[in-house]
Design a binder for this molecule. Structure first.
Ligand SMILES: [Zn+2]
Length: 336
Protein backbone atom coordinates (compact mmCIF):
# COMPACT_ATOMS: atom_id res chain seq x y z
CA UNK A 1 0.00 0.00 0.00
CA UNK A 2 1.33 3.39 -0.97
CA UNK A 3 0.95 6.07 1.60
CA UNK A 4 -0.05 9.44 0.26
CA UNK A 5 1.56 12.62 1.44
CA UNK A 6 -1.76 13.78 2.89
CA UNK A 7 -2.11 10.59 4.99
CA UNK A 8 1.38 11.08 6.28
CA UNK A 9 0.55 14.62 7.32
CA UNK A 10 -2.53 13.40 9.19
CA UNK A 11 -0.47 10.78 10.98
CA UNK A 12 2.24 13.25 11.84
CA UNK A 13 -0.35 15.63 13.24
CA UNK A 14 -1.95 12.87 15.33
CA UNK A 15 1.45 11.81 16.65
CA UNK A 16 2.37 15.38 17.50
CA UNK A 17 -0.89 15.75 19.44
CA UNK A 18 -0.25 12.51 21.29
CA UNK A 19 3.25 13.64 22.25
CA UNK A 20 1.95 16.97 23.53
CA UNK A 21 -0.78 15.29 25.54
CA UNK A 22 1.54 12.72 27.12
CA UNK A 23 4.04 15.42 28.07
CA UNK A 24 1.29 17.39 29.79
CA UNK A 25 -0.41 14.43 31.46
CA UNK A 26 2.55 12.44 32.72
CA UNK A 27 4.86 13.27 35.57
CA UNK A 28 8.36 12.22 34.56
CA UNK A 29 9.09 11.20 38.17
CA UNK A 30 6.27 8.63 38.10
CA UNK A 31 7.41 7.15 34.80
CA UNK A 32 11.04 6.85 35.94
CA UNK A 33 9.90 5.37 39.27
CA UNK A 34 8.24 2.52 37.36
CA UNK A 35 11.66 1.60 35.99
CA UNK A 36 14.01 2.48 38.83
CA UNK A 37 11.80 2.23 41.92
CA UNK A 38 11.99 4.45 44.97
CA UNK A 39 14.44 7.34 44.91
CA UNK A 40 16.30 9.71 47.14
CA UNK A 41 14.08 12.80 47.33
CA UNK A 42 15.19 16.39 47.41
CA UNK A 43 12.09 18.55 47.36
CA UNK A 44 10.52 18.23 43.92
CA UNK A 45 13.53 16.26 42.61
CA UNK A 46 14.30 12.55 42.63
CA UNK A 47 17.86 11.28 42.47
CA UNK A 48 19.03 7.91 41.18
CA UNK A 49 22.19 6.17 40.19
CA UNK A 50 22.24 6.64 36.43
CA UNK A 51 21.48 3.44 34.47
CA UNK A 52 23.29 4.79 31.38
CA UNK A 53 26.79 4.93 32.82
CA UNK A 54 28.74 3.29 35.64
CA UNK A 55 27.49 5.60 38.37
CA UNK A 56 28.88 5.52 41.91
CA UNK A 57 26.76 8.38 43.29
CA UNK A 58 23.20 9.31 42.29
CA UNK A 59 23.92 11.59 39.31
CA UNK A 60 20.55 11.24 37.64
CA UNK A 61 18.08 13.93 38.64
CA UNK A 62 14.41 13.63 37.70
CA UNK A 63 11.74 16.29 38.04
CA UNK A 64 8.13 16.68 36.87
CA UNK A 65 8.89 17.41 33.21
CA UNK A 66 12.37 16.01 32.59
CA UNK A 67 15.57 14.28 33.67
CA UNK A 68 19.30 14.89 33.42
CA UNK A 69 22.39 12.93 34.37
CA UNK A 70 25.17 15.13 35.72
CA UNK A 71 27.63 12.28 35.16
CA UNK A 72 27.22 11.30 31.51
CA UNK A 73 25.22 14.33 30.42
CA UNK A 74 22.25 12.45 28.99
CA UNK A 75 18.95 14.29 29.42
CA UNK A 76 15.48 14.61 28.03
CA UNK A 77 11.75 14.59 28.64
CA UNK A 78 9.48 11.73 29.60
CA UNK A 79 9.41 10.34 26.06
CA UNK A 80 13.18 10.47 25.69
CA UNK A 81 13.41 8.57 28.98
CA UNK A 82 11.29 5.67 27.76
CA UNK A 83 13.14 5.56 24.44
CA UNK A 84 16.54 5.54 26.13
CA UNK A 85 15.76 3.20 29.01
CA UNK A 86 13.66 0.67 27.09
CA UNK A 87 15.51 1.13 23.82
CA UNK A 88 12.32 1.89 21.86
CA UNK A 89 11.49 3.64 18.62
CA UNK A 90 9.34 6.73 19.09
CA UNK A 91 6.12 5.00 18.02
CA UNK A 92 6.73 2.13 20.48
CA UNK A 93 7.63 4.57 23.24
CA UNK A 94 4.34 6.40 22.67
CA UNK A 95 2.47 3.11 22.85
CA UNK A 96 4.21 2.31 26.13
CA UNK A 97 3.40 5.73 27.59
CA UNK A 98 -0.22 5.56 26.50
CA UNK A 99 -0.45 2.38 28.55
CA UNK A 100 1.36 3.97 31.48
CA UNK A 101 -0.95 7.00 31.35
CA UNK A 102 -3.91 4.77 32.22
CA UNK A 103 -2.25 3.74 35.48
CA UNK A 104 -0.38 6.83 36.56
CA UNK A 105 -1.91 9.89 38.22
CA UNK A 106 -2.17 13.01 36.10
CA UNK A 107 0.60 15.50 36.59
CA UNK A 108 -0.21 18.56 38.67
CA UNK A 109 -0.78 21.41 36.25
CA UNK A 110 -1.68 24.64 37.96
CA UNK A 111 0.99 26.39 40.03
CA UNK A 112 -1.69 27.15 42.63
CA UNK A 113 -2.21 23.48 43.50
CA UNK A 114 1.46 22.63 43.07
CA UNK A 115 2.43 24.73 46.07
CA UNK A 116 4.47 22.87 48.62
CA UNK A 117 2.31 20.90 51.01
CA UNK A 118 3.69 20.99 54.53
CA UNK A 119 2.61 19.99 58.04
CA UNK A 120 2.08 22.69 60.71
CA UNK A 121 5.12 24.24 62.46
CA UNK A 122 6.87 22.26 65.22
CA UNK A 123 5.61 24.54 68.02
CA UNK A 124 2.02 23.95 66.96
CA UNK A 125 2.64 20.21 66.74
CA UNK A 126 4.15 20.14 70.24
CA UNK A 127 1.10 21.85 71.75
CA UNK A 128 -1.31 19.76 69.68
CA UNK A 129 0.53 16.65 70.81
CA UNK A 130 -0.11 17.70 74.43
CA UNK A 131 -3.79 18.08 73.57
CA UNK A 132 -3.86 14.58 72.05
CA UNK A 133 -2.09 13.06 75.07
CA UNK A 134 -4.40 14.84 77.49
CA UNK A 135 -7.43 13.62 75.55
CA UNK A 136 -6.06 10.06 75.40
CA UNK A 137 -5.67 10.01 79.20
CA UNK A 138 -9.17 11.41 79.65
CA UNK A 139 -10.68 8.76 77.41
CA UNK A 140 -9.10 5.92 79.37
CA UNK A 141 -9.66 7.57 82.77
CA UNK A 142 -12.80 7.25 84.91
CA UNK A 143 -14.37 10.31 83.22
CA UNK A 144 -14.05 8.71 79.79
CA UNK A 145 -16.44 5.83 80.38
CA UNK A 146 -19.31 7.38 78.42
CA UNK A 147 -17.05 8.31 75.52
CA UNK A 148 -15.56 4.80 75.44
CA UNK A 149 -19.05 3.32 75.40
CA UNK A 150 -19.98 5.63 72.52
CA UNK A 151 -16.96 4.47 70.50
CA UNK A 152 -17.40 0.76 71.19
CA UNK A 153 -21.18 0.44 71.18
CA UNK A 154 -22.38 3.18 68.85
CA UNK A 155 -19.42 3.22 66.47
CA UNK A 156 -18.42 -0.44 66.75
CA UNK A 157 -14.72 0.16 67.35
CA UNK A 158 -12.65 -2.35 69.35
CA UNK A 159 -10.46 -1.09 72.17
CA UNK A 160 -7.35 -2.07 70.19
CA UNK A 161 -8.53 0.08 67.29
CA UNK A 162 -9.36 2.99 69.59
CA UNK A 163 -6.01 2.98 71.35
CA UNK A 164 -4.08 2.19 68.17
CA UNK A 165 -5.55 5.29 66.54
CA UNK A 166 -4.70 7.31 69.69
CA UNK A 167 -8.29 8.52 69.91
CA UNK A 168 -9.06 10.72 72.89
CA UNK A 169 -11.76 12.63 74.66
CA UNK A 170 -12.10 16.20 75.85
CA UNK A 171 -14.75 16.18 78.58
CA UNK A 172 -17.48 18.79 78.69
CA UNK A 173 -20.97 19.69 77.59
CA UNK A 174 -21.65 19.23 73.84
CA UNK A 175 -21.04 22.89 73.02
CA UNK A 176 -18.34 23.51 75.59
CA UNK A 177 -14.75 24.53 74.82
CA UNK A 178 -11.68 23.86 76.97
CA UNK A 179 -8.23 25.37 77.04
CA UNK A 180 -5.65 22.58 76.87
CA UNK A 181 -1.91 23.27 76.44
CA UNK A 182 -2.82 26.83 75.53
CA UNK A 183 -5.15 25.68 72.76
CA UNK A 184 -8.84 26.27 72.44
CA UNK A 185 -10.40 22.82 72.05
CA UNK A 186 -14.07 21.83 71.77
CA UNK A 187 -15.39 18.98 73.93
CA UNK A 188 -15.77 15.69 72.12
CA UNK A 189 -13.93 12.74 70.61
CA UNK A 190 -10.40 13.67 69.59
CA UNK A 191 -8.85 12.25 66.42
CA UNK A 192 -5.15 13.02 65.94
CA UNK A 193 -3.87 13.01 62.36
CA UNK A 194 -0.39 11.56 62.39
CA UNK A 195 0.92 11.47 58.84
CA UNK A 196 4.51 10.57 58.03
CA UNK A 197 5.52 11.11 61.65
CA UNK A 198 4.07 14.62 61.79
CA UNK A 199 0.92 15.78 63.54
CA UNK A 200 -1.03 17.50 60.75
CA UNK A 201 -4.17 18.26 62.66
CA UNK A 202 -6.28 17.36 65.65
CA UNK A 203 -9.93 16.87 64.84
CA UNK A 204 -12.75 16.79 67.34
CA UNK A 205 -16.09 15.15 66.80
CA UNK A 206 -18.56 17.08 68.89
CA UNK A 207 -21.65 15.48 70.41
CA UNK A 208 -23.71 18.42 69.13
CA UNK A 209 -23.36 21.65 67.19
CA UNK A 210 -22.49 22.40 63.61
CA UNK A 211 -20.18 21.53 62.09
CA UNK A 212 -19.97 18.21 63.83
CA UNK A 213 -16.25 17.88 63.14
CA UNK A 214 -13.88 20.71 63.98
CA UNK A 215 -10.14 20.94 63.58
CA UNK A 216 -8.10 22.62 66.31
CA UNK A 217 -6.98 25.98 64.88
CA UNK A 218 -3.59 25.88 63.21
CA UNK A 219 -3.79 22.34 61.87
CA UNK A 220 -3.46 21.49 58.18
CA UNK A 221 -6.50 19.67 56.80
CA UNK A 222 -4.94 18.63 53.49
CA UNK A 223 -3.42 15.38 54.76
CA UNK A 224 -4.53 11.83 54.09
CA UNK A 225 -5.60 10.02 57.24
CA UNK A 226 -4.08 6.57 57.70
CA UNK A 227 -1.68 6.79 54.76
CA UNK A 228 1.25 5.66 56.95
CA UNK A 229 -0.38 2.30 57.54
CA UNK A 230 -1.10 1.29 53.98
CA UNK A 231 0.79 -1.50 52.28
CA UNK A 232 2.34 0.36 49.31
CA UNK A 233 1.61 -2.61 47.04
CA UNK A 234 -1.66 -3.66 48.64
CA UNK A 235 -5.32 -2.80 48.21
CA UNK A 236 -6.36 0.65 49.40
CA UNK A 237 -9.81 2.11 49.94
CA UNK A 238 -10.37 5.86 50.02
CA UNK A 239 -13.24 6.76 52.37
CA UNK A 240 -14.71 10.01 53.66
CA UNK A 241 -14.40 9.89 57.44
CA UNK A 242 -11.69 8.82 59.86
CA UNK A 243 -14.04 6.47 61.72
CA UNK A 244 -15.01 4.82 58.42
CA UNK A 245 -11.33 4.15 57.82
CA UNK A 246 -10.94 2.68 61.32
CA UNK A 247 -13.95 0.41 60.71
CA UNK A 248 -12.39 -0.96 57.53
CA UNK A 249 -8.94 -1.38 59.05
CA UNK A 250 -10.05 -3.21 62.16
CA UNK A 251 -11.42 -6.06 60.04
CA UNK A 252 -7.88 -6.82 58.80
CA UNK A 253 -9.06 -8.48 55.63
CA UNK A 254 -6.24 -7.16 53.46
CA UNK A 255 -7.76 -3.79 52.56
CA UNK A 256 -6.39 -0.66 54.22
CA UNK A 257 -8.51 2.47 54.22
CA UNK A 258 -7.37 6.07 54.10
CA UNK A 259 -9.73 8.95 54.89
CA UNK A 260 -10.06 12.30 53.18
CA UNK A 261 -11.74 13.82 56.24
CA UNK A 262 -12.72 16.89 54.21
CA UNK A 263 -14.27 18.00 50.96
CA UNK A 264 -12.62 16.16 48.07
CA UNK A 265 -12.02 19.44 46.26
CA UNK A 266 -9.47 20.28 48.97
CA UNK A 267 -7.74 16.93 48.50
CA UNK A 268 -4.14 17.47 47.48
CA UNK A 269 -3.32 15.13 44.63
CA UNK A 270 0.21 14.84 46.02
CA UNK A 271 -1.17 12.08 48.23
CA UNK A 272 -2.08 10.01 45.21
CA UNK A 273 1.67 9.50 44.75
CA UNK A 274 1.58 7.42 47.92
CA UNK A 275 -0.86 5.07 46.22
CA UNK A 276 1.20 4.81 43.05
CA UNK A 277 2.13 1.17 43.53
CA UNK A 278 -1.09 0.03 45.18
CA UNK A 279 -2.51 -3.11 43.65
CA UNK A 280 -5.97 -1.53 43.56
CA UNK A 281 -7.51 1.75 44.70
CA UNK A 282 -11.16 1.72 45.71
CA UNK A 283 -13.15 4.81 46.64
CA UNK A 284 -16.26 4.66 48.82
CA UNK A 285 -17.87 8.08 49.03
CA UNK A 286 -21.41 9.09 49.98
CA UNK A 287 -24.33 8.57 47.61
CA UNK A 288 -25.19 12.28 47.70
CA UNK A 289 -24.20 14.92 45.14
CA UNK A 290 -21.01 15.79 47.02
CA UNK A 291 -19.99 12.13 47.01
CA UNK A 292 -20.63 11.79 43.28
CA UNK A 293 -18.62 14.96 42.58
CA UNK A 294 -15.89 13.65 44.87
CA UNK A 295 -15.57 10.41 42.93
CA UNK A 296 -15.35 12.40 39.70
CA UNK A 297 -12.57 14.50 41.19
CA UNK A 298 -10.65 11.41 42.34
CA UNK A 299 -10.98 9.89 38.87
CA UNK A 300 -9.60 13.11 37.45
CA UNK A 301 -6.52 12.68 39.62
CA UNK A 302 -6.11 8.97 38.94
CA UNK A 303 -7.90 6.86 36.40
CA UNK A 304 -7.09 3.82 38.53
CA UNK A 305 -9.66 4.74 41.19
CA UNK A 306 -12.54 2.25 41.28
CA UNK A 307 -15.74 3.57 42.89
CA UNK A 308 -17.52 1.10 45.17
CA UNK A 309 -20.63 1.43 47.31
CA UNK A 310 -21.76 -0.17 50.58
CA UNK A 311 -24.87 -2.35 50.53
CA UNK A 312 -28.29 -0.76 50.97
CA UNK A 313 -29.60 0.51 53.35
CA UNK A 314 -26.32 1.46 55.04
CA UNK A 315 -24.96 5.00 54.83
CA UNK A 316 -21.23 4.37 54.97
CA UNK A 317 -18.59 1.87 56.09
CA UNK A 318 -19.02 2.66 59.77
CA UNK A 319 -22.82 2.46 59.63
CA UNK A 320 -22.56 -0.88 57.80
CA UNK A 321 -20.03 -2.24 60.32
CA UNK A 322 -22.11 -1.17 63.32
CA UNK A 323 -25.40 -2.58 62.07
CA UNK A 324 -24.16 -5.76 60.40
CA UNK A 325 -20.55 -6.55 61.17
CA UNK A 326 -20.62 -9.97 59.48
CA UNK A 327 -22.21 -8.49 56.37
CA UNK A 328 -19.66 -5.68 56.35
CA UNK A 329 -16.81 -8.17 56.61
CA UNK A 330 -18.26 -10.21 53.77
CA UNK A 331 -18.61 -7.06 51.65
CA UNK A 332 -14.96 -6.19 52.24
CA UNK A 333 -13.83 -9.73 51.44
CA UNK A 334 -15.80 -9.57 48.22
CA UNK A 335 -13.53 -6.73 47.14
CA UNK A 336 -10.34 -8.77 47.50
ZN1 LIG B 1 24.62 9.03 33.45
Amino acid sequence: MVMHAADLQVRQKAQKEMIDRLKVDLDCRDVVARDLGAARQRGAYRQYKCPFHDDSSPSLTVWAVGWKCYGCGRSGDVIAWVQAYHNLYLSKALEYLNGAAVELPKREQSPATAKELAPPPKEWQAAANDVANYAFDQLWGPGGKGARRYLTEQRGLDETTISGAMLGYVPGAPDEWRTVAGMHVPAGIVIPWLVEGELWQVKVRRAAGKPKYLGVTGGVAAGLYGVDEIDPRGIVMIVEGEIDALSVNQERVGIRAVALGMAVKQFDSHWMQKLLFAERIYARLDRNAAGVAGVARLLEISRRVMPVQVDEPYDDCNDFAVRDRQGFRAWLKGLL
